[in-house]
Structure formats: C-alpha cells, structure tokens
Design a protein around this ligand. Structure first.
Ligand code: NAP
Length: 337
C-alpha cells in the first residue's frame, strides 16, 4: 500500500497563461477512508479549458479554487480500499477527485465506469461531461433540423468533434472550424464533416461564405472572439447560437471587445443562449445511454489524446489546450508507482 500522495495545488491567481509559479506541488500521507468512504487511486486526470476560469477570483457558475487548495479536476481511478457499501475494491469510478494521486470519496457525484463496455478514457470523453456537453448543447439548445447548416468551432477538440458528429447524424450539413491542416483533414476524413475551415490560415469570413452560401442555422461556439463575430455575420433567419465556451478569451489580460456583428441576432430574429452541462444533471443517464448507443453503432467516434506522465506534469499538460496541441479529449494518464 502506497503511503505518499502527490498533489497539485493552486499557488497564485494567474495573469494570462498560467506559469509554473502559479502552482504548488505538495506531498501528504495517503488518506484513510472513514466509515462510508472509499479510497481512489487516480489513473486519468481530465484537462478542461474551464479550469482556467476556476483559477480566477471571479463570480461564476462555480466558486473559484482557493489559493492553496488542490486543483479541481474530474478524474478516473480505481477503488483501492473501501468502507462504502456501494463501491468495492477494484471498481473503476469517475468523479471530481482533484489533481492528486489518491482521493477519499463518500460517493457523492461518483459514477462507475465499466472497462468491459468502453475503454476507460472514454468515460471522461464521449461518455463523460464532454459528450454530455455536446449532446445537450447541440440538441437542446441548438435544435438542429435535417438540412440545417451547422457550424462548430474548436471542432477537432473534445466537445467540438462530438457536436459535429451528432449534427451529421441528425442530417445537418456540418462545417468545422479548427486550427491547422491536420485537424481540418481529420474533420472531413475521420469525423465525416462536410467542410473544414482552418482559422489559422484561411480567411474565415470568405470560407464561411463559400461553404455556407445560404447562411448558418446553428452555430456551436467553443471559442468566442473573432470567429464568433465572423459567424454572427452569416446567420440565417431564426438561427440559434449555442454559447458553450470562449477559449480564445480565457487567458486574455484585457477586457475583450464585444462582438461587432451582434445586430445580426436582431436582423435574423436569432438567439444566442449560454449552456452549462451541469444544468442537465438529472438527464445525464439519458445522454450517456444515447451516446453509448451511438458509439457502439459507429455514429460517433471517440477520440482521446492521452499524455503519459506524473501528477506533477499537470500544469504543463494543461497548457496544451491553449496551444491547440490536443486533438479530441485531453487526458493525463498517471502511471502506477
Ligand atoms: P478542446 O476543444 O478539446 O481543447 C481546446 C481547443 O481549443 C484546442 O485544442 C484548440 O484547438 C482550441 N483553441 C485554443 N485556443 C484557441 C484560440 N485562441 N482560438 C480558437 N481556438 C482555440 O476542449 P473542450 O474540453 O472540448 O472544450 C471546448 C470548449 O467547450 C471550451 O470553450 C470549454 O470551456 C467549453 N465547455 C463548456 C462546457 C459547458 O458546460 N458550457 C462544458 C465543457 C466544455 P485548435 O487547434 O483548433 O485551435
């Protein structure tokens, strides 16, 4: 039985991109599970753009991570000791276990992952909050119909790649926006998108005019900034913009300027709606079961980007999200010590 637990804590509030000085690395004794608790050894840590927001001292949908607190993170691990009737040694589980090698849990918000049904990383990707964000954000908020033109940004990322595949499944024409020729090739060749726009080298506005000549019915926005503005200019009557995220703004050190083309919402009687996956908690079972069915049927392909390392490497792996170095769901796999 291991005795030491390595942890990564928030050391300071970052300005711009997080630096090594913004983190503290600590070692504590592995905690003992009490009555009704179990001990989990972390196998995979989920890397999420939202983590950058949790590091700010700002009012949001969830309280900020405190200075000195273990960094909040979703993770998947194996139960290695248990005093809980519902979880046995050997079970694989997902939960908000934080950036640490071992975590004690009372089972609240913990979901079992069965490696016989899907590879473990998929439980943090398509079958986790990533897939659920795509599922509820697109279908409940975007409401795509057959024949609609759907545009998604961050399209080769975890959420975006699932959004595009579900949109194809409902019969929409799907245009993905991503960075670089490799990712764009993947969108059309592996994920079945109808067209891809490389925002790093293409003129996004001109490319949208070419690929969506009649306008855009649904825009699933993961990035905000200039790309949002370009898509707003191409909205069609009654369009729905799903405001899922704005990664291009998360490390901004100055106040972002508002989208110049927002009056397009008025002209086109369009809507722009913020969505938060946590609001759908009661419907997670529905989402997971539908996503699992689509995975099994090949309607949706799961893509994870797994980096092998130690828990101490979390800060540098997180930066991959902001540099666009990941394709699909970014995970840190922690080797057994
Ligand atoms: P992801 O898309 O797998 O990774 C982030 C990607 O964003 C990068 O790979 C990069 O791809 C792109 N990116 C980074 N900087 C950019 C910039 N300045 N401009 C344009 N693109 C940039 O991450 P994810 O977990 O799927 O999250 C995607 C979005 O969904 C994020 O905004 C996240 O906050 C949001 N989200 C929201 C909810 C919710 O409940 N509302 C839940 C989960 C996630 P490129 O190489 O293409 O640039």
């Amino acid at each position: 039985m291991p005795t030491q637990n390595r942890q990564v804590r928030l050391g300071a509030r970052p300005v711009g991109l997080p630096t090594p000085q913004d983190w503290q690395h600590t070692t504590e004794d592995v905690p003992e599970p009490g009555d009704g608790q179990f001990l989990v050894r972390t196998e995979y840590v989920s890397l999420d753009p939202a983590m950058r927001g949790w590091m700010n001292d700002a009012r949001s949908y969830i309280r900020p991570v405190r200075i000195g607190e273990i960094m909040r993170a979703g993770a998947l691990g194996r139960v290695i000791a248990s005093n809980h009737d519902g979880f046995a040694v050997g079970d694989h589980v997902t939960g908000t276990f934080g950036v640490q090698e071992y975590a004690v849990s009372d089972g609240l918000g913990v979901i079992r992952a069965d490696p016989a049904l899907a590879p473990l990383p998929t439980y943090l990707g398509v079958l986790g909050l990533t897939g659920l964000t795509a599922y509820f954000g697109l279908l409940d908020v975007g409401k795509p119909r057959e024949g609609d033109t759907v545009v998604v940004s961050g399209a080769a990322g975890a959420v975006g790649s699932v959004v595009g595949q579900i949109a194809k499944h409902v019969g929409a024409r799907v245009i993905g926006i991503a960075g670089g020729p490799e990712k764009c090739g993947l969108l059309t060749e592996e994920f079945g998108f109808d067209a891809a726009i490389d925002y790093r080298s293409d003129d996004v506005r001109a490319a949208l005019r070419e690929h969506a000549p009649d306008g855009v019915d649904v825009y699933f926005d993961n990035v905000g900034g200039d790309i949002l503005d370009h898509v707003l200019a191409r909205l069609r009557l009654g369009a729905r913009v799903v405001l899922c995220g704005a990664i291009s703004q998360y490390n901004a050190t100055e106040r972002p300027s508002g989208p110049a083309n927002y009056l397009s919402l008025l002209v086109n009687r369009a809507s722009m709606t913020g969505m938060l996956v946590f609001d759908y908690e009661e419907r997670y079972p529905e989402g997971v079961s539908q996503l699992a069915e689509w995975l099994a049927a090949g309607v949706v392909t799961a893509r994870e980007h797994v980096v092998d390392g130690t828990i101490d490497e979390f800060p540098e792996v997180l930066l991959k999200l902001f540099a666009g170095e990941n394709t699909g769901k970014l995970l840190l796999r922690i080797a057994d010590r």
